[in-house]
Design a protein around this ligand. Structure first.
Ligand code: HEC
Ligand code: HEC
Length: 216
């Protein structure tokens, strides 16, 4: 028996995908769907969610599509509302976001030359994975514990040099024996200079002692 509803569903998907190819400008979609009310790309935008100016460095495209399909299915207590995007808008937005590698800042990044570590932590999007003030809790299916662990309690075990080395190289999380974890810690060596890495490490080392109410 032919399943007509499935056939129509498939046709609708094909039509949606072909209209994505023709869709004019995904940057306009970002504004049209109201993403900018909560997210920055470059200077303008809200701060209820992470700054997305560098999101293409930290998030693979497949992850972005999965997240946009249903933030709540990925992280049940997330404050990002379900977006109800159709397939073509979702694909176009994921492609647009994965191309965001910091260029929208132009020559001046949101922190001073040399950097203040807390601002870098928030605006470069460490906060998107490690949470405000390193409190952790973001899901990471496949990783040990299936979450990205809190940074703050680990900082007492680090020296500044070791931290900088980790930031440069990235981290592949331990698994519980199965397939690789969903999310790796990206390498940051091409993104930050020596002074910025030092400022980040200094900030991380303060986390063990503080509990600020940080935002994005
Ligand atoms: C009402 C505010 C709000 C709106 C509107 C919103 N988001 Fe979000 N978004 C958030 C919050 C809050 C998070 C952080 C979620 C978390 O970690 O639980 C987030 C996370 C994200 C992330 C992953 C974060 C990262 O930096 O790695 C992406 C990508 C994203 N949103 C894209 C979008 C897009 C695209 C739209 C529009 C279609 C949108 N968001 C609309 C609040 C919002
Ligand atoms: C895309 C998500 C993601 C982003 C963005 C990210 N990290 Fe990570 N980070 C991870 C994961 C995953 C691990 C490994 C955790 C584990 O062991 O499971 C990790 C590990 C670390 C560690 C080592 C912790 C340990 O286990 O000893 C440090 C330090 C760290 N990150 C700092 C940062 C800083 C600073 C930034 C921003 C420049 C950042 N991370 C951005 C995902 C991310």
């Amino acid at each position: 028996m032919i399943e007509w509803p499935m056939l129509f569903g498939a046709l609708a998907l094909i039509l949606a995908a072909s209209s994505a190819a023709a869709s004019p400008n995904p940057a306009l979609l970002f504004d049209a769907h109201g993403c900018r009310a909560c997210h920055k790309i470059g200077a303008p935008g809200g701060n209820a969610g992470p700054d997305l100016t560098l999101v293409g460095h930290r998030r693979p495209r497949a992850w972005l599509e999965k997240w946009l399909a249903s933030p709540r299915a990925y992280k049940h207590d997330t404050e990002m509302p379900e977006q109800g995007l159709n397939a073509s808008d979702r694909v176009a937005l994921a492609e647009f976001l994965s191309a965001q590698k910091g260029q929208a800042w132009g020559k001046s990044r949101p922190w001073e030359a040399g950097g203040d570590g807390r601002t870098i932590y928030i605006r470069a999007g460490c906060v998107a994975c490690h949470g405000p003030a390193g409190r952790g809790g973001h899901p990471n299916p496949g990783a040990h514990g299936d979450v990205i662990p809190a940074l703050a309690p680990l900082m007492g075990t680090y020296k500044k040099d070791e931290l900088i080395w980790k930031l440069r190289r990235g981290v592949v999380p331990e698994t519980h024996g199965g397939p690789p974890a969903d999310v790796d810690m990206p390498r940051w060596d091409g993104v930050f200079d020596e002074a910025e890495l030092g400022a980040l490490a200094d900030y991380l080392l303060t986390l063990a002692k503080t509990d600020p109410k940080d935002d994005f």
